[in-house]
Design a protein around this ligand. Sequence first.
Ligand code: PLP
Length: 382
Amino acid sequence: MSMEFTDRVSRVEPSATLAISQLATELENEGADVVDLSVGEPDFPTPENVVDAGKESMDAGDTGYTSSNGISELREAISEKLQADGLEYGPENLIVTPGAKQALYETFQTLVDEGDEVVLLDPAWVSYEAMAKLAGGELSRVDLSAHEFRLEPALDELAETVSDDTELLVVNSPSNPSGAVYSDEALEGVRDLAVERDITVISDEIYERITYGEEPTPLATLEGMAERTVTINGFSKAYSMTGWRLGYIAAPEELIDEAGKLHSHSVSCATNFVQHAGIEALENTEESVEEMVEAFESRRDLLVDLLAEQDVEVRAPEGAFYMMVPVEEDDQAWCEGAIQDAHVATVPGSAFGTPGYARISYANSEERIEEAVDRLVEEDYL
Ligand code: PLP
């Protein structure tokens, strides 16, 4: 018997990151000074020129519906960006969405049928599991934690995990929550497997601009991958635009046509003036992005050093603004204790499929990061 939608929803857990933020808010309402290292958004304002572009667009009357897949000027600007990265995509290969989350949701709904297998690389961002389940899919997972979150040592295991039912593999580099950037060798391994076993790959590249070493290679640029990759990206992280809600799907036209039906009959167009602000973000923010990434890099180094002083060795992540820190086996208890006793909010690794770790976000000032580590040491959590 096929699964009802309500059955699919009941397979999904509420967001663990949201649960931690709620606890942090409750403590703050009671007067506690909580250092919040659980957040998934940059602590920088949206660049001023982007805000101005949004205001000007609103003043100019850009407040009506737009074409469902997004205004042509923004799709042109995105396609120019993708072409500069080596992806031969035009505006017809794009759907602009209110956030990358919506882009992912539409992709899962379009590609995954009941019983299809979706393979995740753990630790994996919390919503992939939920989205696969909402589409009726079944999950298989490959744990990268034993390999310092690198993918190339786990390629054999990945090949063994893939089965005839595998429809989709999700790759997220730089990764939330590990901050790992997968090497070219790893991505080529993914390509070989995807081509051999006829698998579609979602490449969630939302952290692509936040890297501290070599820039990651866009998966769809590898030979044989353009026709089987769905590239997801968004404006939330690179341009500090979380609340603006802007993202996109870039994919072969057949998938865009299918996903476009779902898109047009559900959420439809992203907010008109937000799309106009998105053009400014893509075209004129080089300096602001650079400054933000420099700040994240020095916080990352600070956190690695502070942890090393406590004999906690962590490989410095190459991207995003998160770090997986080994804690006790019961990571849920560690995180709950850390917030109750030290008033430091982090997210349990088990929420990402990797127990025994806590995800620390360094989207917070150096001063607050130092304060958090001091408190965790004082309360015996480090
Ligand atoms: N993908 C990853 C890996 C993320 O971490 C997030 C947000 O935390 C998203 C997608 C969704 O981003 P948004 O919907 O804000 O564009």
